[in-house]
Write a protein that binds this ligand. Structure first.
Ligand code: ZN
Length: 375
C-alpha cells in the first residue's frame, strides 16, 4: 500500500488520465481481492481510503470544509477504454462471466472446482510501468510502493473467477484438475511496443528470422526483456501519461481442459483365445474380444472420456495365459468429464469385470486410482 497521504493525489492524477476505478485501487496497492469483485465495493473502498486521508489532513490543518467537492466526479463510464488496463477491468471482465458460463456448459465438463488462467497482452505490463513513472513525476519522491502493485491479470482472475464460482456454486482455487484458459487479443501491440524494439532490438531475437510474423517477434518475453534493459530511460521514450487507447482489448478464446485420470492395476488372463489389444488384420477381427476392450467396456460406462489409452508392462500372445501376480497395466483417460473417482468406485469396476467374464480377472487387491505423481 502507498502512504495514506497519497490517495487523493493518486486518484486525481489517474482519473484525469482516463484510468478506471479498479486500476486506481491497484495503484493504491490494495491487495484484498474482495475489494475488486463488485463495482460497488471498488467505489466504496476508494471512498473510504480517500476519506481516511481527508480526516487526517483536516485534523492537521484544521480545515473547516472537508467535503469531497474538490475531487472531480468519478468517471464511471469513460468514453475511451481505461488507459492502464485497456478496458479489461471496466466492463470486459464482468461481461466475461456469462460468456464463460455458456462455453463451459456447452462443453459438458463436470467439476466441483476450477483453476482460471488468463492470457493478457504484454502492453498492460508496459502501461503499468509507465503509469508508475508518471505518478512519481506528478507526486514526487513521496510516491513509492515497496511491493509490486496487483497486476491487471491478478484482478481479472479474481473478478471472473469469484463471480463464476458464485454463479456455478463451484470452488475457484489455485489448483484443480479442471482448468479454464481465457486468451485475449489487442490490435495495437506492435504499434505500442515498436519504441522498445527500435531502442533495444537485441531483446527481440526472432526479428532476425526470415518470415517472422509480428506475433513471433513481439512475444511477452521479448517485450519484458526490453522493458528491463531500458528500465532507466523508458519514461523518456514514451509520452506520459500513456494515452487512452482507441481500441479495447478483447477476450477471444476460452479453453477447458481436465487433467487425465490414471487407473492402474494387474490382470490375470485364463483364456487362450483372448488377445491383449484388439487383434485386426486388414480390418478383419481375429479374436472376439481383448483384455483392453473387456476392461474399457466396464469403466467407460461410468466415466466419460474423449480418449482412453491402455498400456501394459509386457505383452503376452493371444494363446498365453497370464497367471500368478498378473500383468501390470495402466489406463489413461484423457479429457475426463468425471466429478471425483474414489478407490471404492474402482473396486466396484473390478467386481463388474469379474462378473461379466470368467476369462479375465482384474485383481481387486492391486487395483487403484493413481495420483499423477506416481505415473
Ligand atoms: Zn483499468
Amino acid at each position: 500500500m502507498v502512504k495514506n497521504s497519497l490517495y487523493k493525489g493518486i486518484k486525481e492524477v489517474l482519473e484525469s488520465a482516463n484510468v478506471c476505478h479498479r486500476c486506481i485501487l491497484r495503484f493504491f496497492g490494495v491487495k484484498e481481492y474482495t475489494s475488486y469483485i463488485a463495482k460497488t465495493d471498488v467505489e466504496k473502498t476508494i471512498e473510504e481510503l480517500v476519506n481516511v486521508e481527508n480526516e487526517v489532513l483536516n485534523q492537521k490543518e484544521s480545515v473547516q470544509d472537508n467535503s469531497s467537492d474538490d475531487y472531480p466526479l468519478p468517471k464511471r463510464f469513460l468514453p475511451n477504454p481505461c488507459a492502464a488496463c485497456l478496458g479489461i477491468l471496466q466492463e470486459t471482465c464482468d461481461e466475461m462471466v456469462t460468456k464463460l458460463d455458456d462455453v463451459v456448459t456447452k462443453s459438458e465438463h463436470r467439476f466441483k472446482d476450477f483453476v482460471l488462467q488468463v492470457a493478457l497482452p504484454v502492453v498492460v505490463d508496459l502501461r503499468d510501468r509507465l503509469f508508475l513513472f508518471y505518478l512519481k513525476q506528478k507526486l514526487g519522491e513521496s510516491f513509492c510502493i515497496d511491493e509490486n502493485i496487483p497486476s491487471v491479470k491478478d484482478i481479472c482472475k479474481w473478478v471472473i473467477g469469484s463471480q463464476y464460482g458464485k454463479l456455478t456454486n463451484t470452488g475457484f482455487t489455485p489448483s484443480s484438475d479442471f482448468q479454464i484458459l481465457i486468451s485475449s487479443t489487442y490490435p495495437d501491440t506492435v504499434k505500442e511496443c515498436f519504441v522498445l524494439f527500435k531502442n533495444c532490438t537485441e531483446a527481440f531475437p526472432n526479428s532476425r528470422k526470415s518470415k517472422a510474423t509480428a506475433e513471433d517477434i513481439y512475444t511477452k518475453t521479448a517485450v519484458l526483456n526490453a522493458m528491463e534493459a531500458l528500465s532507466t530511460k523508458i519514461e523518456k521514450l514514451y509520452t506520459l501519461p500513456p494515452s487512452p487507447p482507441d481500441k479495447c482489448c478483447t477476450f477471444h478464446e476460452i479453453k477447458c481442459t481436465h487433467s487425465p485420470l490414471y487407473l492402474g492395476g494387474r490382470y490375470n488372463k485364463y483364456s487362450r483365445e483372448l488377445s491383449q489389444t484388439p487383434w485386426l488384420i486388414d480390418g478383419e477381427r481375429k479374436m472376439e474380444s481383448s483384455v483392453n476392450e473387456l476392461i474399457t467396456d466396464v469403466v467407460q460406462r461410468r466415466i466419460l472420456a474423449d480418449k482412453i489409452i491402455f498400456s501394459a508392462s509386457g505383452r503376452e500372445d493371444v494363446d498365453v495365459k497370464m497367471l500368478g501376480d498378473g500383468e501390470l497395466c495402466l489406463k489413461t483417460f484423457v479429457c475426463m468429464f468425471h466429478l471425483t473417482l474414489k478407490q471404492r468406485d474402482f473396486s466396484c469396476y473390478v467386481l463388474s469385470i469379474i462378473n461379466i467374464t470368467s476369462r479375465l480377472i482384474y485383481t481387486a487387491t492391486n487395483a487403484m486410482v493413481l495420483p499423477l505423481y506416481q505415473v
